[in-house]
Ligand binder design. Structure first.
Ligand code: UD1
Ligand code: MG
Length: 456
């Protein structure tokens, strides 16, 4: 096996997307297209990955960090010109370079690996990854000679009517002998409809020089989908969603309605967990075994233990333990830690708070910046008054405390172990452990009030 390198093209603006967001940063199943490509390319095992950046260079760098090396393409003069920008990084290297477009988010490591193996096996100077498209519109077409050998690639815009009938397309992924690539690129001109330096022109140049030009056809066209507009973006989303859901189902996750279940490619879900319709699981979420998620639940960058039920709720950047019940209609906001056997019921909002084992907030509460111990019962309408208009303050509720309905806990404040707070209280001072605190106006009954009023 020779040394292997990669160039990822990501400098274009993506005019056809009609977007303020640079094309390769558009997410597919919650992850930017370019990140999908880099993750798959990284799976191949390469010496160096050079990403060509231009439009949105800083944003692309922010996304990819130090996972790749960068080369800047100041002016977007075409895909051939883009690859040229990697010359300083790669021209001296001996080996094979794989070139991938940043707008083909569905390409897999396996296919790139197969392409490279085919390339090395046939000892070609270039191998093009091709596919048969039912609708090849917009793609470069593979022109073969009478013997079936690849002669050149013609771009859709430059193609004749006859050439446009070719259904075998250039997927935009190629393997090149590195030295041949950079030598041939110098000969690429821009005499075409778009006035651009096309990378595919390298194929014709090498072919004319009598070099071995090879093609490797994949039978999964969907994997090679190039996203140039929002229609293709939604197609990519569909394919990626299906791929992720099938992988999960084969690994033992029940997905009741895969068409309406959206899981990010980086999420992990345990065996016998059931995903009900309308569930959206984003980012690097990890869910354990035997959970029931949904219907209509959104979980973002969170961890969930085993046997937990999350119903019609939103969980964001939080940790949920085992045997927890959340919802329906609860909102767990970032930095919350919900321990085992906790119940967070309907219309409860939790923010940056810890709930100890077996504690409950079953109905209509706001618990923010709070440390709730174990076996605490928060009655309906318990509110932590955590914000004074300038600063946030902490509420501590110790183990076994019982907070009556409709209580305001004005922070900073502590309710001690096993203490009781009477319903309707507004607690402004600490409550000692095991005490009963009543902080509400005493009730006065005006006997006969109505009769007296009516007599007037
Ligand atoms: C390209 C191929 C086409 C192929 C298709 C597969 C060329 C000329 N055409 O067409 O044969 O069928 O991909 O999806 O290569 N880019 C740069 N700098 C530039 C221009 C483009 O970095 O100056 C990047 C873009 O950001 C994009 C990629 O190269 O990620 C491909 O460019 P795009 O404009 O999408 O090419 P296609 O028209 O799709
Ligand atoms: Mg494209």
């Amino acid at each position: 096996m020779s040394n292997r390198f990669a160039v990822i093209l990501a400098a274009g603006q993506g005019t056809r997307m009609k977007s303020k967001l640079y094309k390769v940063l558009h997410p597919v199943c919650g992850k930017p297209m370019i990140q999908h490509v880099v993750d798959q390319v990284s799976g191949v095992g390469l010496e160096k990955i050079v990403t060509i950046i231009g439009h949105g260079a800083d944003a692309v760098k922010d996304q990819l960090g130090n996972q790749v090396t960068y080369a800047l393409q100041n002016e977007q003069l075409g895909t051939g010109h883009a690859v040229m920008q990697a010359e300083a990084e790669l021209a001296e290297e001996k080996g094979v370079t794989i070139v991938v477009c940043g707008d083909t988010p569905l390409i897999t490591s396996e296919t790139m690996e197969a392409l490279m193996e085919h390339h090395e096996h046939t000892q070609a100077k270039v191998t093009i990854l091709t596919a048969n498209a039912s609708d090849p519109t917009g793609y470069g077409r593979i022109v073969r000679n009478a013997e079936g050998a690849v002669e050149r690639i013609v771009e859709h815009k430059d193609a004749t009517e006859h050439e446009r009938e070719i259904s075998e397309i250039n997927t935009g992924t190629y393997c090149f002998d590195n030295a041949s690539l950079f030598a041939a690129l110098k000969q690429v001109g821009n005499d075409n409809v778009q006035g651009e330096y096309y990378l595919p022109d390298v194929i014709e140049i090498l072919q004319r020089q009598g070099e071995v030009v090879s093609a490797y056809q994949t039978d999964t066209f969907s994997e090679t989908l190039g996203v140039n507009d929002r229609v293709a973006l939604s197609q990519a989303e569909q394919v990626m969603k299906q791929r992720i859901n099938e992988r999960l189902m084969r690994a033992g996750v029940t997905i009741v309605d895969p068409d309406h279940t959206y899981v990010s490619s980086d999420a992990q879900i345990g065996q016998d967990t059931v995903l009900l319709p309308g569930t959206v699981i984003q980012g690097e979420t990890v869910i354990g075994d035997d959970c029931t998620i949904g219907p209509h639940t959104e979980i973002i960058d969170s961890t969930v233990g085993d046997r937990t039920k999350l119903k019609q709720s939103v969980i964001h950047q939080s940790q949920i333990g085992n045997d927890v019940n959340v919802g329906p209609f609860a909102h767990i906001r970032p930095s919350s830690e919900i321990h085992d056997e906790v119940k967070i019921g309907n219309f409860v909002e939790v923010k940056k708070s810890v709930f100890g084992n077996r504690s409950k907030a079953s109905h209509l509460s706001y618990i923010g910046d709070a440390n709730v111990g174990e076996d605490v019962n928060l009655g309906c309408g318990s509110i932590t008054v955590n914000y004074d208009g300038e600063n946030k303050h902490l509420t501590t509720i110790e183990d076994g405390a019982f907070i009556g309905c409709n209580t305001n806990l004005v922070a900073p404040v502590t309710v001690g172990k096993q203490a009781y707070v009477a319903a309707g209280s507004t607690i402004t001072n600490d409550v000692p452990g095991q005490a009963l605190s009543i902080a509400r106006a005493r009730q006065t009954n005006k006997e006969g009030y109505v009769t007296k009023k009516n007599d007037k």
